[in-house]
Design a binder for this molecule. Structure first.
Ligand code: AMP
Length: 485
């Protein structure tokens, strides 16, 4: 079978190929497992399907992975069994399904260089090709995850040391990867040469009685705040940081490429209290809202965010336009996984579980409704209907990024082009579909300027342009099975 044909077969068998994740790593702390748990808790928004922690006590690695939320998985009892001074953790959002736990990370292997475990945020674009080749040479894969390819490449590398084997493996993969790895006595952290996904490094000062300070890594700096770590810098594109008894060593396994940091991290994905790519997410979102108000003003009485994703941009819009900011929609934060719907089906049941309008705020008002993005358009349509149902006179929808026209192949969960409303309808058609009086998106230039493009990083905006920074993307577009929350 040709590599391409077997890659296609594999692709069809993969229940989910794009996924969103958060990673944490701790070097040298007597309660590394607890700090990792807290760090993952801070990154829960990056993935709610499964989570895992692997620790080292110097003798061997100890792992626990399960489906569910971080706080439910890691009970006191579980953490007691994970005692260690080094740890890595991962939280993941992917599809539901039998194979989901199998694909949970970190992925652990026994290599000829010792036991290692790896946790990865991002998506590789040549994983299928490598996997087909390795399988034809006898490798046996245990998961559907592209991350396992990296683990196999490390195990098979002819290099003699673990850092060299890891560098060798990273030079062979393409696409987006911010990853952390643990061996019995070291922590590794690396980013792909284009710096698609974030990865920050920080330190916790040595406590009294401790000899060493603690080195930490996390997808976002909000994870540092909870564990008392100070942000030091980002892991650089093309860099492999190795932390061990010899200290913190930086290697460049590959020259940095033109940077393509994911702009959607600033638009939606990261928390506003984080620094991402060295820049405050809240600052970007405020600027997005301000820019949107300048580009597409609206005659209205109140600015209402879609919580939580639209809040920071709505504050910016309100400040710039002088229109009062009001919470016209209240979010229920305790929406779990399973819900019993009444047999007499309730219109827009799903969205009503999560959001409820405040009639006293909305009644008789002209509303500017701010959200970060429209993907399929189904959520916006329900929310606009809900706001009108609560008595709003007009609804002017404003979106703090350009129309989403292309799927992401670098680690953000977007549906195929067929399901992206802006890939198939004009802005006027979308306005009619969602039932708004007016609809405007932010311009691409406005987006880039608000996120400081060209200052600390340059951005990938392929989801808005269809121009992908890597030559190759997935072999064929698959239809991911998504349960969007
Ligand atoms: P839709 O109904 O598909 O148009 O969903 C739009 C909503 O999904 C917006 O409120 C966004 O905040 C949210 N959203 C956008 N991208 C993602 C993503 N990758 N994962 C989860 N939610 C998202």
């Amino acid at each position: 079978m040709s590599i391409l044909r077997s890659a296609r077969r594999l692709m069809r068998n993969m229940d989910k190929f794009r996924e969103e994740c958060g990673v944490v790593a701790i070097y040298a702390h007597p309660e590394a497992e607890k700090l990792t748990y807290l760090g993952l808790h801070g990154l829960q928004h990056r993935g709610q399907e499964s989570a895992g922690i692997v620790t080292s006590d110097g003798m061997g690695l100890h792992a626990h992975k399960a489906m569910g939320l971080v706080a439910d998985i890691f009970t006191e009892e579980v953490l007691t069994k994970l005692r260690g001074t080094l740890a890595i953790g991962h939280t993941r959002y992917s599809t539901a399904g039998d194979s989901a736990l199998l694909n949970a990370q970190p992925i652990m292997v026994q290599s000829n260089k010792g036991q290692v475990a790896l946790a990865h945020n991002g998506n590789l674009v040549n994983a299928l090709e490598i996997r087909s080749r390795l399988e034809s040479q006898g490798s046996i894969f245990q998961t559907n995850s592209d991350t396992e390819v990296i683990v196999h490449l490390i195990a098979l590398s002819k290099e003699h040391t673990l850092p060299e084997a890891m560098a060798d493996a990273l030079r062979r993969v393409e696409g987006a990867f911010s990853l952390v790895m643990i061996s019995s006595d070291r922590i590794f952290a690396a980013r792909d040469p284009r710096g698609f996904r974030p990865l920050a490094m920080g330190r916790i000062p040595a406590q009294s009685g401790e000899k060493r300070e603690t080195i930490v890594f996390a997808s976002e700096t909000c994870a540092f705040d909870l564990i008392g770590a100070t942000y030091e810098r980002d892991v650089k594109p093309g860099e492999l940081v190795v932390v061990g008894s010899e200290g913190v060593l930086s290697h460049f396994y590959s020259p940095a490429g033109p940077q393509s940091s994911c702009i959607f991290e600033h638009v939606y994905f990261s928390r506003p209290d984080s620094l991402v790519f060295g820049r405050s997410v809240d600052m970007s979102r405020d600027a997005l809202g301000r820019q949107l108000a300048r580009e597409s003003p609206a005659q209205a009485d109140i600015v209402v965010p879609v919580p939580d994703s639209g809040v920071s941009a709505a504050m910016g819009f309100a400040a710039e336009s002088g229109i009062p900011f009001r919470f016209g929609l209240i979010r229920n934060h305790y929406v779990g996984r399973t819900f019993i719907e009444p047999s007499q089906s309730v219109r827009d049941f799903g969205v009503k579980l999560k959001l409820n309008p405040v009639r006293s705020v909305l009644e008789g008002k002209r509303v500017v409704l701010i959200d970060d993005s429209i993907v399929r358009g189904t959520t916006s349509r329900k929310i606009v209907r809900m706001i009108r149902g609560a008595g709003a006179r007009e609804v002017h929808m404003r979106i703090s990024c350009p129309p989403t026209v292309s799927p992401c192949f670098y680690g953000v969960d977007t549906p195929s082009k067929k399901q992206l409303i802006a890939a198939n309808k004009s802005v006027a058609e979308i306005r009619d579909y969602i039932g708004a009086d007016s609809l405007a998106y932010l311009s691409l230039e406005g987006l880039k300027e608000a996120c400081g493009d060209g200052e600390k990083t340059t951005y990938c905006s392929a989801c808005y342009t269809g121009k992908y920074p890597t030559d190759r993307v997935d072999v064929e577009e698959i239809q991911p099975v998504i349960t969007r929350r």
